[in-house]
Design a protein around this ligand. Structure first.
Ligand SMILES: *Cc1c(COP(=O)(O)O)cnc(C)c1O
Length: 345
């Protein structure tokens, strides 16, 4: 597959903005090139537009070469860049599983790209055949979120690969929740599939949602286009410093706590009379089907607890999405759930 043939013509022809800081690589002591303030306050200098240090740190953690890593202002930047690089507005289309992360459709809409949504199978498994059937000669992107938000399940790896092998465009696999899953992600498959883009994020397991740092892994060719189209200084210095500091934090211990709490919560919630089903989860949240989702949602808000009401989402009728919190937060949730209905009597 020739990636070049999928790139928008205007992007192929683009000569990117060259920053003052792109032009040197050696040791410089006096910076009079970028019209910055010379008075040091920690942030008076522009950050590295190529994010060399961060990419090499993340490369070591994930076992991926820096040339195959893009760092964005959240995954949302990477999602938007996919449309801007591969889709001609008003002409091309994209495909995504449904229900899934809302940002794919919003980014499609902003870029004037038709989004074709393909419902998951009733058991939430991947509708690989239907996804491929939804494609035509103008289909450029296909989004698969695994583990999927809001259903919580990871898809069968062989089924995802079947889509990657048979779709004539770019397949974006969003692994925002992969650290909570016992299944391996697709980073190991990158070298075999030039049309595969894997998204991950520091916003969930890594605990840095407030810093806005999303990751994309792909062939060096795709990464080169992403770096060409992004804002030159998309990752600011404060974010980059804090990410570096927090990357060595106790993330694997925290993930272990969340996974243990997820199991405990699922069993406790599953035993409540008004709960019809707790869906299996490979993520840090549970999708829970109850007898009256709106009523329970309002009840929890009145008790100072907010969850996500997904009851109007296709295939999720009657469902709330509940994030796994600290053991103390989960205890508070269970206390409230245990007194629900009993309070009404
Ligand atoms: C939370 C989430 C993200 C993270 O987005 P950021 O912009 O990196 O914070 C990405 N994809 C999915 C499916 C998510 O649920």
């Amino acid at each position: 597959m020739e990636i070049k043939n999928l790139i928008r013509k205007n992007i192929l022809a683009l000569s990117p903005y060259s920053t003052a800081r792109d032009e040197y690589d050696g040791q410089i002591g006096t910076f009079l090139d970028a019209n910055e303030s010379p008075f040091e306050n920690g942030y008076n200098r522009y950050p590295d537009p190529r994010q060399r240090e961060l990419r090499s740190l993340i490369g070591v953690i994930r076992g991926v070469e820096p040339a195959n890593i893009f760092i964005g202002n959240g995954s949302d930047e990477a999602i938007d860049l996919m449309f801007r690089i591969f889709c001609t507005p008003g002409r091309d289309n994209a495909i995504a599983v449904a229900p899934s992360y809302g940002m794919y459709e919003v980014a499609a809409g902003i870029n004037d790209i038709e989004m074709r949504k393909v419902l998951l199978n009733p058991d939430f498994s991947l509708p690989a055949e239907a996804l491929l059937e939804a494609a035509d000669s103008s289909s450029r992107l296909l989004f698969i979120c695994s583990p999927n938000n809001p259903t919580g399940n990871a898809f069968d790896r062989g089924e995802i690969i079947r889509v990657v092998e048979n779709f004539a465009g770019i397949v974006v696999v969003d692994e925002a929740y992969i650290d909570f899953s016992d299944r391996a992600g697709l980073l190991g498959a990158l070298a075999s599939y030039p049309n595969l883009v894997v998204l991950q994020t520091l916003s969930k397991a890594w605990g840095m949602a407030g810093l806005r740092c999303g990751l994309a892994f792909a062939s060096s060719e795709i990464i080169r286009y992403m770096n060409m189209v992004k804002y030159p200084y998309n990752i600011n210095l404060a974010t980059s410093e804090n990410v570096k500091r927090l990357l060595s934090g106790p993330v694997s211990d925290q993930v272990a706590v969340i996974k243990r709490e997820r199991g405990r919560l699922a069993r406790a919630i599953g035993s409540l009379g008004f709960v019809e089903k707790v869906f299996p989860s490979d993520a840090n949240f549970l999708l829970v089907k109850v007898d009256d989702a709106d009523a329970l949602y309002d009840y929890l808000i009145a008790r100072g607890i907010i969850v996500r009401n997904r009851s109007r989402v296709p295939l999720c009728q009657g469902c709330l999405r509940i994030t796994v919190g600290t053991p103390e937060e989960n205890r508070r949730l269970l206390d409230s759930l245990n007194s629900y209905k009993r309070d009404d009597l």
